[in-house]
Design a binder for this molecule. Structure first.
Ligand code: MG
Length: 274
């Protein structure tokens, strides 16, 4: 973590931005790092997406706080379908010749530890572990070589999908749009080379997905540029970059972990609908 004194505005290079609550207080943002061998979160004065980075001097051990979704997108979560060849093959799909994009509502976003609620309408709920891009600036028509300027950082996502509903419906709004279908976290890593990171998804003790971002059909700069050619991207928007092979069912009672090396692990339980 950056060494900064209270009231100092520091740069955002190479930090982990978390959103958290402690002692039942309102959610706050913080920088995650290590102090005296303990993982801590150092509280920020406001939302670093809009207010810069100003430390308050307040710190908590990470294990004493509740980590929340590190960002709540104000406008949208953009998903990318079939961006890994082996995953497209396991679902018997042709490879796309340009990125296949879809939307998940921002109301689907939940944080680390929050429950994925198994809808009554599905009987085939799948995990899709993914790298997520967090947009930092309003942008449109971003050239591939300038994408780094509009990316705030990266987090881990689970693009939860009701596979049976995805097959029933002509669009994916329902299959991917239920509340709780977009777990993200545990924080935003702001300085990371994402060209070749391992992504693993574990259900219970079973490793289901074990892929690398280098296997993407369209890489992160290409995806961000492409999506921005369609729609204006706003600070806090997310782009989920597609899932490697190995998607499969989750059942009530499962604990699902998605790990992206260099970022961290996102864990969520699956619970029954009321
Ligand atoms: Mg996906």
């Amino acid at each position: 973590m950056q060494d900064a004194t209270v009231g100092t505005v520091v740069t955002l290079a190479g930090v982990r931005i978390a959103r958290f609550s402690s002692d039942g207080a309102e959610p706050r943002f913080g920088l995650v790092g290590t102090a005296d061998g303990v993982e801590v979160v150092a509280t920020l004065a406001g939302d670093p997406m809009y207010a810069g980075v100003e430390l308050t001097g307040d710190r908590h051990p990470v294990e004493d706080v509740r980590l929340l979704a590190p960002v709540i997108p104000r406008s949208k979560v953009v998903g990318i379908g079939r961006n890994y060849a082996e995953h497209a093959a396991e679902l018997a799909h042709e490879l796309p010749d340009q990125p296949l994009i879809f939307l998940k509502p921002n109301t689907s976003v939940i944080g680390p530890g929050d429950p994925i609620v198994y809808p009554a309408a599905t009987s085939d709920l799948h995990h899709e572990g993914e790298l997520a891009v967090v947009i930092g600036r309003i942008c449109k028509d971003v050239a591939v070589e300038r994408v780094a300027e509009v990316v705030r950082g990266y987090t881990v996502a689970n693009d939860v999908t009701a596979r049976d509903l995805q097959k029933q419906d002509a669009t994916w709004a329902r299959a991917k749009g239920y509340d709780s279908f977009c777990p993200i976290g545990p924080w935003i890593e702001t300085d990371l080379d994402v060209s070749d990171l391992r992504i693993t998804t574990t259900v219970g003790d079973e490793v289901r997905q074990d892929g690398r971002t280098s296997l993407m059909i369209f890489d992160v700069p290409t995806l961000v540029s492409y999506v921005s050619s369609v729609m204006t991207l706003l600070p806090g928007d997310l782009i989920l970059t597609g899932t490697p092979a190995g998607v499969g069912p989750m059942v009530v009672g499962d604990r699902v972990s998605v790990t992206v090396d260099g970022i961290g692990t996102l864990v969520n339980p699956v619970v029954a609908h009321d």
